[in-house]
Design a protein around this ligand. Structure first.
Ligand code: ARG
Length: 395
């Protein structure tokens, strides 16, 4: 053999095909790494599949805690929704998976790093940039390098006796603790409604006849308890996913701009993210000043863009993190959500750092706000605008 490649292995079609290509075309020993980010797959089966495809070693790495604490929670603090819709489930997991591959490569004295990404998607960017940031080893990406299409892969898999499951033939799925992405197949017609049976996390039929409530407690921007129960990070995210999914919350169907310029139709199931981000965004509105909010909205958008675009390692990202973290000092409190047949609404919020003052806001007689101050304030506030309009009329 010519050396040793470390491959991020999911057990799916692409990465199974890659094992064979690395062995046969590149004459490389293959070491596979499966990183558990809560995808819920049978890790023993994946290990067995890797072994049956002739890898020299296989690693299972449980990175779920790291994933929640260092990737998901920071994204909640940033209210991260790419193009206002996508909670970045896949995008957040990739740098972590790639980081683990780099670590194994050092331990294994590898000669190459590999992944199963296509040359059309975002994941190649996320993998390559993390690989390059942590290592000088060459990157082999057979699907991209050989311009393979899915049908060619399916034929190749058949020829080499690689087992393929039924959903792989219908859709391309990626899932982890933060969400489930469904792509390809019949969803490629952007006008065609996704079939109900594409969804697994979110219920689409026989939804509860009564509204369900969820109370989320945050401390410094991080969710710590739901419905009065303090939970560990993984448990908390799972709980939110389950409860909101059962109420039909969390299906996203949108057109997404990929890094490489392609517009794609993306369908997601992200019930927990829908609730946690909605609640966090609302809590910020009651505790942050209007100046903080206006500026942070821009920072949040930039953060989501960097995370989506595979620039997790860019120094700008850590600069934004520093701003976001200090902004969260007062983001503690509880938000009440109401979920009913697929709709989600914030119906209450409270915080010891609340800037909402009933005595100032009320239209009742208990108001302590001196209305007479309004006249002078408005005159100065609109001074330049009204002056400019007068000049325009004189012309
Ligand atoms: N469009 C999303 C992203 O770029 C999800 C991609 C999911 N991948 C998949 N094989 N279905 O982050």
């Amino acid at each position: 053999m010519n050396g040793k490649a470390i491959l991020a292995f999911s057990g799916g079609l692409d990465t199974s095909v890659v094992i064979k290509y690395l062995q046969e075309r590149h004459r490389l020993d293959v070491v596979t790494v499966t990183v558990d980010v809560g995808q819920g797959d049978n890790l023993k089966k994946i290990a067995a599949k890797a072994k049956s495809l002739g890898v020299v070693r296989h690693y299972n790495i449980d990175a779920r805690n790291e994933f929640v604490n260092n990737f998901i929670f920071p994204s909640i603090k940033a209210n991260a929704l790419y193009q206002k819709k996508y909670c970045l489930a896949t995008a957040l997991a990739r740098p972590l998976i790639a980081q683990k591959v780099v670590e194994i490569a050092k331990k294994e004295n590898a000669t190459a790093l590999a992944h199963g990404c296509t040359g059309k998607g975002n994941d190649q960017v996320r993998f390559d940039v993390t690989y390059h940031s942590g290592s000088n080893l060459p990157i082999i990406a057979p699907i991209r390098d050989l311009n393979l299409t899915r049908d060619v892969e399916l034929k190749f898999a058949q020829k080499h006796g690689i087992p393929i499951d039924v959903t792989a033939k219908r859709f391309s799925i990626d899932q982890n603790l933060w969400g489930r992405a469904i792509e390809g197949g019949e969803l490629e017609d952007a006008f065609e409604e996704p079939p109900d049976d594409a969804f697994i996390w979110v219920k689409t039929k026989n939804l509860p006849d009564r509204p369900q409530y969820m109370e989320i407690k945050f401390e410094m921007g991080v969710p710590v308890a739901i419905d009065g129960k303090t939970m560990k990070p993984i448990e908390l995210v799972n709980y939110a996913n389950k409860k909101a999914g059962a109420c039909g919350i969390g299906i996203v169907d949108h057109i997404e701009d990929r890094v490489v310029g392609i517009k794609s139709r993306e369908v997601y199931e992200t019930p927990g993210a829908a609730c946690l981000i909605e609640a966090h965004t609302d809590l910020e509105k009651i505790v942050l000043t209007k100046h903080e909010l206006r500026f942070k909205t821009m920072v949040d958008m930039e953060w989501a863009w960097l995370a989506y675009s595979g620039l997790w390692q860019d120094p700008l990202k850590s600069d934004l993190d520093m701003f976001i973290n200090t902004s969260q000092k007062r983001v503690s409190g509880t938000v009440k959500l109401k979920m009913f047949k697929g709709s989600l609404r914030v119906v209450g919020r409270k915080s010891k750092y609340s800037l909402y003052s009933h005595d100032l806001a009320t239209y009742g007689s208990g108001s302590v706000f001196d209305q007479t101050l309004g006249k002078g304030f408005v005159e100065l506030w609109g001074l330049q605008s009204t002056e400019a309009n007068k000049l325009l009329k004189k012309r």
